[in-house]
Ligand binder design. Structure first.
Ligand SMILES: [Zn+2]
Length: 270
């Protein structure tokens, strides 16, 4: 079957990376049913030939006006689609969309008219905010990492940076590869405007990964593999904490001095 990805190696690479990450999310048990979402700003991989393609769906309203997304293109998981299916066939379970000049609608320019995720307005609001501040980040990920979600069922870990300090102290790589830590958003209704706004506020408070209490994480980074890696190192640290507790003791954790030494050695932001 002909695809808009034919002879577009850079775009194929980006979407292939989304499929690879979707497979990891399923393998890790973080993506039950149609759980989780991925959106990637692919504007830099779009050439004139792609720009000239006719839309096969839309224009559909986004539900808000996002002035920095004029002319931007995104790959997004399809609404109701499963990560494990996206891993196998990203063009049948995700959608390529472009934002119309009024910044309030999108058109589907893809192989199949797959409707994008119902979380599109909140994901696009995050991408709009990233562009506002000149961020190089192009990918956003929402998923349900089991151990991290379990951690939020205890109020102790919902205080600002309580979980960050504990997770960083489990193994040095956590701070090195998730150097801004874990921001916390208290429980809010999934898909709500309030949750989207609180997520952007928390990202703006200098975090790349935000924990939604008793729900999941929302992570941003330059590409989807890096966003996944940040969540993966955090969840690994949580598993080490659980393993120590399972052995019957509270883990000591690295000392503050050891963590400050890491920050100096690697030039970390916190
Ligand atoms: Zn969710």
């Amino acid at each position: 079957m002909k695809s808009i990805l034919d002879n577009k190696p850079e775009l194929r690479l980006q979407i292939g990376q989304v499929a690879e990450v979707a497979g990891y999310l399923w393998q890790k048990g973080w993506a039950e049913r149609n759980g989780g979402n991925i959106t990637v700003n692919i504007t830099e991989q779009i050439d004139d030939a792609l720009r000239g393609l006719p839309a096969i769906g839309g224009p559909h309203p986004i539900g808000k006006t996002l002035p920095h997304l004029k002319g931007c293109w995104f790959y997004c998981k399809g609404t109701g689609r499963r990560m494990r299916d996206l891993a196998r066939d990203p063009m049948a379970n995700g959608s390529v969309i472009r934002i119309t000049p009024d910044c309030a609608h999108y058109e589907i320019v893809a192989d199949l008219p797959v409707a994008p995720t119902s979380e599109l307005p909140s994901h696009l609001a995050v991408h709009d905010w990233l562009l506002t501040k000149g961020s190089p980040y192009r990918a956003s990920l929402h998923t349900h990492p089991i151990e991290l979600v379990a951690l939020t069922h205890n109020r102790k870990w919902l205080e600002k940076d309580a979980a960050t300090r504990m997770l960083w102290s489990m193994i040095p790589e956590t701070k090195a590869f998730c150097p801004r830590g874990l921001g916390i958003v208290p429980y809010m209704m999934p898909s709500s405007v309030e949750l989207a706004e609180a997520t952007i506020r928390t990202l703006a408070d200098n975090y790349d990964v935000v924990m939604w209490e008793k729900h999941g994480v929302f992570a941003v980074d330059t590409d989807i593999m890096d966003a996944f890696d940040q969540v993966d190192v955090l969840n690994k640290a949580t598993q080490i904490y659980i393993a120590a507790r399972g052995m019957g003791f509270e883990p000591d954790g690295m000392t503050d001095a050891q963590m400050q030494e890491l920050s100096r050695a690697f030039g970390l932001p916190k």
